[in-house]
Write a protein that binds this ligand. Structure first.
Ligand code: ZN
Length: 408
């Protein structure tokens, strides 16, 4: 006996009674159950399977098995059923309706892409965050790319189909006979047991294609289609989009981000780009000023360092920099590299790090390699300059003392 597929008779069947025709236990204690009739739609065509309950047992997977449908069920302490038992089945309707909205949304958008651009849907994925369709521009030689503006045009046209509340009809054919005159967007892949889905009347269909999935009775139930972006992918164009309640959720999430961002700039969403540009201009001006001030500070510190080196009898000069960073210290050290007669140790307080500079004797890199690790420091460099990085100022100063004593 072949299972009766209740979704083919009434896609809105949410509860039904069935008789178990076969049951077996699988390794992990779950059961494989076959029924005389089911509305649990099996996984297929990029769509996840239906979920729900059989009596108190959770239905966790549904797959096609030839002409039958096999349900994987978690018994979780329930009385184990046997063939011939009657069970009451309930569908997780939210999950199914989500699938129906998304799947039908894909139909409508694919139909529109075909209509507007001669684009054929060659790949479909129902992801967690978005759905994608891969559109191959193969029907109209004049159209060679899909731009953002073009997919926005498709989005509007797809939503207009939804707002027209066009009927979604499923026609079943034993053979190809009778399908010849339908405006199919894709050639048939089967010769028998063919289901054709039409959004709108076949004479003026928004989409018409072979499909055995689950669809709402009217396009209006899809609610909304929102396209996020389009990108080139393996010679085709991948459209990222969402349909149904998920489309609303996606628009809300994005609106929420924009709303909160604009609030941070004391702006409305509409004025946000102007406010953001003004903030960027201000930031750029501040950056330019900072470069100017930093250069002046480097010149001042360099003059002090020159004076110290001139006056000091020591071989090692330690010079602390209060505001300047390690990178600033490096720029400041450049003119001394290979030229100074002493070992200069420029210390950046903010980065707890040294830049060492010398004529090459002593070799800066070697000093860091040999002594920095005594005080949990690390770094390295070449003969005329090196960096030594410490976790705190105390360790850094102990390192400087050690070098000073060593080179006395
Ligand atoms: Zn379909």
């Amino acid at each position: 006996m072949t299972v009766k597929k209740l979704w083919q008779e009434d896609v809105y069947t949410k509860e039904w009674d069935a008789v178990i025709t076969e049951v077996s236990t699988v390794d992990n204690g779950n059961l494989k159950i076959y029924l005389d009739q089911t509305a649990f739609f099996p996984e297929g065509g990029g769509q996840s399977c239906d979920l729900g309950f059989m009596n108190d047992m959770k239905v966790i997977d549904v797959q096609e098995d030839g002409k039958e449908v096999v349900h994987t069920v978690s018994p979780e302490g329930a009385k184990l059923p046997k063939a011939g038992d009657k069970v009451h089945c309930t569908l997780d309707w939210d999950h199914r309706f989500d699938n129906m909205q998304r799947h039908c949304g894909e139909h409508i958008l694919s139909g529109i892409c075909y209509d507007l651009f001669g684009g054929v849907n060659r790949g479909f994925h129902m992801g967690h965050d978005a759905m994608t369709i891969d559109i191959s521009l193969e029907e109209d030689p004049k159209i060679t790319e899909l731009t953002y503006d073009m997919v926005m045009e498709a989005e509007l046209a797809a939503n207009r189909v939804i707002w027209s509340n066009a009927p979604v009809t499923v026609m079943r054919f034993e053979t190809r006979k009778g399908t010849e005159n339908l405006p199919l967007r894709k050639a048939l892949a089967f010769d028998e047991d063919i289901s054709i889905v039409c959004v709108g009347s076949p004479e003026n269909a928004a989409d018409c294609v072979a499909c055995c999935g689950t669809h709402p009775a009217t396009a209006g139930q899809v609610g909304l289609i929102k396209i996020f972006r389009v990108e080139k992918n393996k010679g085709m164009f991948r459209i990222f989009f969402e349909a149904g309640e998920r489309a609303l959720e996606a628009v809300r999430t994005r609106h929420d981000i924009l709303y909160k961002l604009s609030m941070r700039y004391s702006s409305t969403i509409e004025d946000f780009p102007v406010k953001l540009k003004a903030a960027e201009d201000k930031q750029n001006a501040t950056k330019a000023k900072l470069v100017h001030v930093t250069n002046a500070l480097i010149a001042k510190e360099s003059a002090e360092l020159d004076a110290k080196a001139e006056e000091s009898a020591e071989n090692v000069i330690v010079h602390k920099l209060e505001v300047l960073s390690m990178d600033d210290a490096f720029n400041m050290a450049k003119p001394y590299m290979g030229k100074t007669k002493k070992l200069l140790m420029l210390y950046s307080i903010v980065d707890t790090s040294f830049i060492l500079v010398s004529s090459g004797k002593p070799a800066c890199g070697k000093l860091v390699k040999e002594y920095a690790s005594f005080y949990n420091g690390k770094g390295g460099g070449n003969d005329v300059s090196a960096r030594a990085i410490f976790t705190n100022e105390e360790d850094a100063m102990l390192f400087a003392d050690l070098i000073s004593k060593h080179l006395k």
